[in-house]
Every structure is written in structure tokens, then in C-alpha cells.
Ligand binder design. Structure first.
Ligand SMILES: NC(=O)c1ccc[n+]([C@@H]2O[C@H](COP(=O)([O-])OP(=O)(O)OC[C@H]3O[C@@H](n4cnc5c(N)ncnc54)[C@H](OP(=O)(O)O)[C@@H]3O)[C@@H](O)[C@H]2O)c1
Length: 432
């Protein structure tokens, strides 16, 4: 039975970078959207922390509230858009909204990565939908393609650059002359990095997004804590100089790949060959490459953050929800779980590696390092020895063939104990 309505009431939670874009566009394009949906979309309440704060968009002050329960209890609000961010109180609000039978749109990667399965099940139970396109890749359409357009495929791999802050920093460091701290400071000055950059530079943000993508792509219960994670803080300008010399860019990759019935989940810096599309995704851009058994490879690339690109994804979800509300039909989507798919332990993952090793400049050291690698079953693809510095030490750069992570760990321990070796200064996986 179609309910008698004159508009679709929206409760907007958050009026910051994304929320103010959403409020602005819902108002500016109100007539277009009303024609599209058949009903006007009416912003009824907007939740903020501080109603007196100046806003980046024009907003009727009478809509602003600090009372979440009033918004959630409003029977005229059929659609809640959550762009507060963070786990709490957002998670609690989303549960409440779904339990009250409201459709929900969110851009919250942390909540979706940690609680997405439960929230989607709750939505289904209450005959509503939960949409979260903006939670990964900002303005890039990626959730909807995985839910719909790529459904006929068995997904083989998802390889992504999904953190704009780290991609900006790595791009700034690429010529091998800029230190990590300087690139980070510049990113902070430009507003691309938070004052506390931990979530970005340690790969935590990328791990949230990868967990969401992997749950959709491989129908597994992927949690952020399941993702093997290394950040970018240890990368040295010398690594970028060597990478360039060898024909690679360094990127923070989020990788999920199905292999031998298991799924790998990992976020770490990687050497990416310069000819590859992902090597050329620079600055704050994001990209997600998906490989499927039917369509081979597709690459989605675009602005991974920013007010209007993210608004594009949030409002598209809101329009989708509004169509479902007005027609009282929708396609409930949940994280489908497939039995028998296990997560691959980190030690079993295979990769090629770049190693930078500080050594004493004396005969025989090279042979002992090669011996330690051979002992662990790892063969060398190429080796460069750099001239001794003033301290009399030299640097060896080794590219290996494919090796198992556990074998590499064993070799690294053996190399660190060799006489004349100052330790393995750097190890980076080589993609592809
Ligand atoms: N920024 C992007 O480019 C981007 C891209 C993709 C996804 N997202 C996601 O979108 C969400 C919002 O990000 P954002 O950059 O717009 O954040 P933001 O600029 O910090 O804005 C957060 C908004 O939420 C309000 N808020 C925060 N905690 C609240 C609470 N406890 N109660 C009531 N209101 C609260 C704030 O109110 P006050 O204004 O009164 O302080 C502010 O208006 C996050 O989940 C983020 O991950 C953002």
C-alpha cells in the first residue's frame, strides 16, 4: 500500500565537509530531484554538535539540532543520511534509524567495516535499505558496481589506491629527494592530512575500505583486524630513488586476492611497475582495479575525497533510497557469505621483494647474503651494489623472484645475523 505523502523527509546527521555539500546540493537541485523521484526531498532536521558554528552552506537555522533522538523519532523522516564519521555515536544512531524502519545512507567506512554485516542484516529485517557508496573512494562509484554490474563475475582480485593522503605523500616523494616528514607536513598544510595523520599513514583507513570491498567482492566476513597492514612511515627517499632507477613507482596498495580457495587481505607499500595504470594514479586521486573471470580488468579512478565528489556519491544513494521509498519496492542487499572461503595467513602470501641492505664494503659479504636467501629458497632476480659512503659502508639493493612471506622472514633473520651486514634497512613487496 502506497502511503499518502507529500514529500520524502530527510534527517541529515553531520554538516561538515560532506554534510554541507549534501545540504547545498539537495537544496540547489531540489526541483530536478523532485521531478526525478515524483516527490520533493525535504530536509527536515540537521544534526550537529554546535548550532552556532558558521557553516559552508546556507541552511535554515531552525533545522539545526543537537538532539539526535528528536531526529530519529521524527515519523516524517523516512531517510537518514549519516555523515558524522567515527564509530560512536554514529553506529548507535544507524542501528536506531534502521530499527525505526528508516532508510539509511552513510559515508562511514569505520562503521561499515566493523559493523556492516550486522547493519545490513538489521536493514533487511526492517524492510529498508542501507546504502554506503561514499564509504570507499569518495566520488568513485565502486560499491554499486560490485553489488550490481560485476555480479556475474567471480572476482579474482581487488587492487586499490584508496587513501588520498598517503597517495599525495608518496607522489611528493617519488623523485627521491623529499623526506616523509616534509611531504607529510606539506599535506597537512594543504588540508590533505589530519593534524593526527595516524589513520592514514599507518594504513588503517585503507584497511577499513579494503574490508568493505573484500566483503562485497568475495562474500567473506572481512574485518579490519583481518587485514595485514603496513604503513608508509618507514619509506626513505633512497627507496624512491632506487624504485625510479629500477622502473617502479611506490604506492600504498590495498590488495584482496582469491588464491587456492583463500582470500588475501593486505595493505602495504608496494613497488608498481611504471607501465601499470596504478603506478600513474597520482596526488590525492584514488583508483580501484578489479579483475573478474568474465570482464578481465576494470579500473575505477577519480577523486577519493572532497566535499562535492563525496556529495555525488551520498546524494546518488539518497536518490536511490528515495525511489525505493516512493515505490515501496527495493532490492535488499546484504553481505552474502560464502561457505568454505578462508582468509590466507600472512605468512603464506607470496610476492616478489625489494630489499635494501647496509653492508660493510669488503669481499664475501654479497656471497653470504645470496647464500642466506638461497637457504630460504629465495632466488635473486637482480642486484645492485652502491658505492661505499664516507662511513666505509655500502648498500645493496636486491630484487627477488616470487617468495613466500614466511621464507622471507626466515631469510631476513639470517641476513641480520651475518657478519659485515648492518641489517636489512628496507623491505618492500613488488606488485604483480
Ligand atoms: N571529507 C571527505 O572528503 C570524505 C570522503 C569520503 C567519506 N567521508 C566520510 O564522511 C563522514 C563525514 O566526514 P566529514 O569530512 O564531512 O567530517 P567533518 O567535516 O568532521 O564533519 C562532521 C560533522 O558531524 C558533526 N558531528 C560530529 N560528531 C557529532 C556528534 N557526536 N553529534 C552530532 N554531530 C556530530 C559535526 O558537527 P559540528 O560541525 O557542529 O562540529 C560536523 O558537522 C565520515 O564518515 C568520513 O569518513 C568523508
Amino acid at each position: 500500500m502506497r502511503r499518502d505523502r507529500r514529500a520524502i523527509g530527510i534527517g541529515l546527521m553531520g554538516l561538515g565537509v560532506v554534510g554541507s555539500g549534501v545540504a547545498r546540493i539537495l537544496q540547489e537541485k531540489a526541483d530536478v530531484y523532485a521531478r526525478q523521484i515524483g516527490y520533493p526531498l525535504e530536509l527536515r532536521r540537521v544534526l550537529v554538535r554546535d548550532v552556532a558554528k558558521p557553516r559552508a552552506c546556507e541552511i535554515d537555522p531552525s533545522l539545526l539540532t543537537t538532539d539526535a533522538s528528536a531526529l530519529l523519532a521524527d515519523p516524517e523522516i523516512e531517510l537518514v543520511i549519516e555523515v558524522i564519521g567515527g564509530e560512536q555515536p554514529a553506529y548507535g544512531y544507524l542501528r536506531e534509524a534502521l530499527r525505526a524502519g528508516k532508510f539509511v545512507v552513510t559515508g562511514n567506512k569505520e562503521v561499515m567495516a566493523k559493523h556492516g554485516g550486522e547493519l545490513l542484516a538489521l536493514a533487511r529485517e526492517h524492510d529498508v535499505d542501507l546504502l554506503y557508496e561514499a564509504s570507499v573512494g569518495g566520488g568513485i562509484p565502486i560499491i554499486a558496481p560490485l553489488k550490481r554490474d560485476l555480479l556475474a563475475n567471480d572476482i579474482v582480485s581487488v587492487t586499490a589506491i584508496i587513501n588520498g593522503t598517503t597517495n599525495y605523500i608518496l607522489t611528493a616523494m617519488r623523485d627521491g629527494t623529499v623526506a616523509f616528514a616534509d611531504a607529510l607536513a606539506e599535506a597537512q598544510r594543504l588540508g590533505y592530512a589530519e593534524p593526527d595523520p595516524t589513520n592514514d599513514v599507518e594504513g588503517i583507513d585503507a584497511a577499513y575500505k579494503l574490508a568493505i570491498l573484500a566483503a562485497l567482492a568475495f562474500h567473506i566476513d572481512a574485518r579490519p583486524e583481518d587485514v595485514y597492514r603496513e604503513g608508509i612511515t618507514r619509506l626513505d627517499p633512497r627507496d624512491f630513488a632506487y624504485a625510479r632507477e629500477l622502473g617502479y613507482a611506490i604506492k600504498l596498495l590495498a590488495i584482496s586476492r582469491k588464491q587456492d580457495g583463500c582470500v588475501q587481505l593486505r595493505v602495504h607499500p608496494a613497488f608498481v611497475a611504471e607501465g601499470e595504470l596504478l603506478a600513474n594514479v597520482d596526488g590525492v586521486l584514488n583508483a580501484v582495479q578489479i579483475e573478474g573471470d568474465l570482464m578481465s580488468r576494470v579500473l575505477f579512478q577519480g577523486p577519493g575525497a572532497g566535499s562535492l565528489p563525496t556529495t555525488s556519491a551520498v546524494v546518488a544513494d539518497a536518490l536511490d533510497a528515495a525511489v525505493s521509498i516512493s515505490n515501496q519496492v527495493y532490492w535488499p542487499h546484504s553481505f552474502r557469505r560464502e561457505a568454505g572461503v578462508a582468509l590466507m595467513p600472512a605468512g603464506e602470501i607470496t610476492s616478489r621483494y625489494y630489499l635494501r641492505i647496509g653492508v660493510a664494503d669488503r669481499p664475501g659479504v654479497l656471497a653470504t647474503i645470496a647464500g642466506a636467501l638461497a637457504e630460504a629458497g629465495i632466488s635473486i632476480a637482480s642486484l645492485i651494489q652502491k658505492e661505499a659512503g664516507e662511513d666505509g659502508g655500502a648498500e645493496i639493493v636486491i630484487m627477488t623472484h616470487e617468495a613466500r612471506e614466511s621464507s622471507m622472514r626466515m631469510a631476513l633473520d639470517a641476513i641480520a645475523a651475518l657478519p659485515g651486514v648492518g641489517g636489512v634497512a628496507q623491505i618492500v613487496r613488488v606488485h604483480g
